[in-house]
Design a protein around this ligand. Structure first.
Ligand code: DC
Length: 218
């Protein structure tokens, strides 16, 4: 199977680009962040403090996350419940980042990703897809953008959904997530040595997707 990994920080445009690349190539799109979000969502609902390693490790031992495809669209499950429609709220972004730093969580969710990647031509977007989950992926990219632009993109997305939030708050939260994701001990956000670096500042997602497809087709 052919796997393409697209890693990078929050708001770099990974999901839009990865979805477009998958569509153009006829691959499946695996949004790995959605699995962390699904787990974070049910953990919060169960009253679990997602920063507490002991509580999180008890929780992850008892609850399974899962990914299924329906009509080519990814659905994410946690504890057997389809939570796909509930995971995009702003509070879940921070909770997903917090829960993702626990090693047991990363090991368990990485196994799910590897199984899907082994069975399908797939485009994965995430933080450690090229470094830890699939170190042997055929094509690897590291997608980033200027932090001001990342905050503006995320703010526009949230505003469209009617979220009441300021751009300053979004910027602060992105900085906090960057810090969290880059500084965790196990499988932190990092460019794989063999990944191609792409700066999407001032570029449309379509442009970046075309570029990646061009690389894969040649
Ligand atoms: O890509 P996203 O914003 O939906 O991801 C939400 C959080 O989940 C992100 O801040 C860190 C975590 N995450 C991770 O640790 N590893 C991944 N492969 C994907 C997401």
């Amino acid at each position: 199977m052919i796997n393409i990994t697209i890693d990078g920080p929050s708001g770099a445009g990974k999901s839009t680009v990865a979805r477009a690349v998958a569509k153009k190539l006829g691959y499946i799109y695996l949004d790995t962040g959605a699995i962390y979000r699904a787990l974070a969502y049910t953990a919060l609902n169960a009253g679990v403090d997602v920063t507490d390693g002991k509580r999180v490790s008890e929780y992850i031992a008892a609850v399974d996350a899962d990914v299924r495809y329906e009509g080519g669209e990814q659905r994410v499950f946690s504890g057997g419940i389809d939570v796909t429609e509930h995971i995009r709220a702003h509070r879940i972004s921070k909770a997903a980042s917090d829960i993702s730093k626990h090693t047991e969580v990363r090991i368990k969710l990485s196994e799910i990703q590897r199984k899907i990647a082994a069975a399908n031509n797939a485009v994965l977007d995430g933080r450690d897809a090229g470094t830890y989950v699939l170190p042997n992926a055929k094509y690897k990219f590291f997608l980033t953008a200027d932090i001001g632009e990342r905050a503006r993109r995320r703010y526009a997305e949230l505003a469209l959904k009617g979220a009441e939030i300021t751009i300053e708050r979004v910027l602060k939260d992105i900085e906090a997530r960057d810090y969290n994701d880059t500084n965790r001990d196990f499988a932190p956000l990092r460019q794989a040595l063999d990944a191609e670096y792409i700066d999407s500042t001032g570029k449309s997602a379509e442009e970046v997707a075309e570029y990646i497809v061009g690389k894969v087709e040649n």
